[in-house]
Design a protein around this ligand. Structure first.
Ligand code: DQA
Length: 151
């Protein structure tokens, strides 16, 4: 089972960026935790971070042939990107949306998510742990789907 893990703009600056909101651990530490979790639960992960909307759209399109599910923190594009929503709908893979911070308790403009119009599960406010929960959910959900098709 292969999961594409996507991180959007400014997440590469974790640790430096607004530590009171996003914590003081680095992006490298997040990627390491994701790889370790994937190994523990027995899924393959491909990690991709970009500050560019089109690059994220391209990567989602490629997932059509290379992944069984998507874990995405679209960062600021969450609240603006119909293009990312459309790409996710086009490839139609099981998708979890994750946010480090609790977007439901922040500025009004962060409380609407285009990506949530497609994502089957949305996790926010749990920091790095949200990525772990998302990977676990995808692994169980895709596992059940595969089993159903085998029966
Ligand atoms: C974020 C929340 C977004 O509103 C923000 O633009 C981000 C990070 C989060 O992980 O909490 O860049 O997605």
């Amino acid at each position: 089972m292969r999961i594409l893990v996507l991180n959007g703009p400014n997440l590469n600056l974790l640790g430096v960026r607004e530590p009171a909101v996003y914590g003081d651990r680095s992006f490298a530490a997040l990627e390491e935790m994701i790889r370790k979790t994937a190994e523990e639960i027995g899924v393959e992960v491909e990690l991709f971070q970009s500050n560019h909307e089109g690059a994220l759209v391209d990567k989602i399109q490629q997932a059509l042939h290379t992944a069984d599910g998507i874990l995405i923190n679209p960062a600021a594009y969450t609240h603006t990107s119909v293009a990312i929503l459309d790409a996710l709908k086009a490839v139609a893979l099981p998708t979890v949306e994750v946010h480090l911070s609790d977007i439901s308790k922040r500025e009004a403009f962060r409380q609407f998510s285009y990506v949530s119009l497609y994502a089957q599960k949305v996790i926010y406010g749990k920091g790095f742990e949200g990525y772990r929960e998302g990977l676990q959910w995808l692994s169980e959900t895709i596992g059940k789907e595969t089993q159903k098709h085998a029966d």
